[in-house]
Design a protein around this ligand. Structure first.
Ligand code: ATP
Ligand code: MG
Length: 190
């Protein structure tokens, strides 16, 4: 397969799926993943843009040879997204695969949301961002890490939530409202 590696050549590599996979549909992790672009060094490890089954994906990785202490964060993200499946590609990314790849790398693969993270000048998008956050709340989860960089706005000004590493089950209305206030505060609103 021909891949345009763009500026990400340094990071472009083929990952070799390991034998095991976790709770995924048949073959989920056995498909090849191509990393096409380094996006950022996140909380658990490097985040890449890539291709998986011909589709644009986000690949969140953990280099377990350096540390396994943040594996719980990646596993939590996968577990929570599984529970949020009715929101996939609506207000949260779709979980496509997760599990060990190389001997030392763990990865979570999500559908890529075309757009950009919210910025403080995007006050006009508060309503759309709050709607995305509330959709998660209505499914019984606190996001746990409400920050502008964890919301992506697309070309139609629709906002999605990402980054569920700290999400947790909750039925606490007050906690939900507190997260909504946190979101407002990100835009400098009271
Ligand atoms: N599904 C996705 N679609 C598009 N971009 C994404 C996606 N997932 C992650 N990104 C990009 O990668 C960045 C980091 O992703 P994410 O917040 O999920 O990882 P993280 O490890 O928690 O990083 P951080 O510590 O910066 O919050 C996001 O701000 C966004 O720019
Ligand atoms: Mg984040």
């Amino acid at each position: 397969m021909e891949i345009d590696h763009g500026g990400g050549t340094e990071y472009a590599e083929r990952l070799h799926p390991a034998e095991r996979s976790h709770g995924l549909e048949q073959g989920g992790l056995r498909e090849d993943v191509w990393l096409t672009e380094f996006v950022t060094d996140g909380f658990a490890g490097a985040v890449f843009r890539g291709l998986f089954g011909g589709k644009a994906v986000a690949v969140k990785t953990l280099d377990m040879s350096r540390s396994t202490s943040r594996l719980g964060y990646l596993l939590n993200e996968a577990t929570v997204l599984m529970e949020l499946s009715p929101l996939w590609d609506v207000t949260v990314p779709r979980l496509l695969a997760y599990g060990p790849y190389t001997d030392s790398t763990y990865a979570v693969i999500l559908s890529w949301i075309e757009g950009r993270p919210l910025m403080v000048h995007d006050k006009g998008l508060l309503r759309s961002a709050a709607e995305a956050l509330r959709s998660v709340h209505r499914r019984g989860y606190l996001h746990g890490d409400v920050r502008l960089s964890n919301f992506i706005v697309d070309g139609q000004n629709k906002v999605s939530c990402i980054d569920f590493g700290f999400a947790q089950k909750s039925l606490d209305d007050q906690a939900f409202r507190k997260e909504e206030r946190q979101l407002k505060a990100c835009f400098g609103k009271e």
